[in-house]
Design a protein around this ligand. Sequence first.
Ligand code: NAG
Ligand code: NAG
Length: 153
Amino acid sequence: MLQSTLLATFAAVVPFVAAQRTFNVTEAFAPGNWKKYHCIDTDAVVALLPTCLAECNYEANAADGCAYDDIACHCINYNVYSPIIEKCALPAEYGGAGACTDADLGIARPIVNDLCNFFNATLYADYTGCPQELSPKLTTKLVFAEESIRLDV
Ligand SMILES: *[C@@H]1O[C@H](CO)[C@@H](O)[C@H](O)[C@H]1NC(C)=O
Ligand SMILES: *[C@@H]1O[C@H](CO)[C@@H](O)[C@H](O)[C@H]1NC(C)=O
């Protein structure tokens, strides 16, 4: 009784956010994506995004435990990655130390969503034969530790 009350209170204060690998296959397989994202590395991701995110992207990609140019890993590693880049890139009004405006973030969000939806859905399939160092062990470990949610079935 006491224990369940404590648990309920704890859950209310700190919502349990289980990592969930979410993806929409229809979106991931949209024409052009396999080519667009083939062998994509950090520099190529930075080139897709507003410039206010560049330094934070370099920083987060070097700091989350994934191989630097392994975008599949950075996407799956959202729980570690996201606080790093948000703290760096978000303006003070959102608790960050960065210089991105709402307009910048509005541009970045759908780009990152599409990129990470693609990698959440395909993992390393589109990295076959690519030159960069990858961290499939870490990615696989994270994938097995969480639920995977396919949106379009
Ligand atoms: C990709 O999966 C991670 C968990 O592995 C999740 O946190 C993230 O929100 C997903 N990204 C998208 C765009 O669905
Ligand atoms: C999945 O993606 C397709 C294509 O963009 C979209 O029409 C559909 O609404 C998405 N499904 C969900 C559940 O978000």
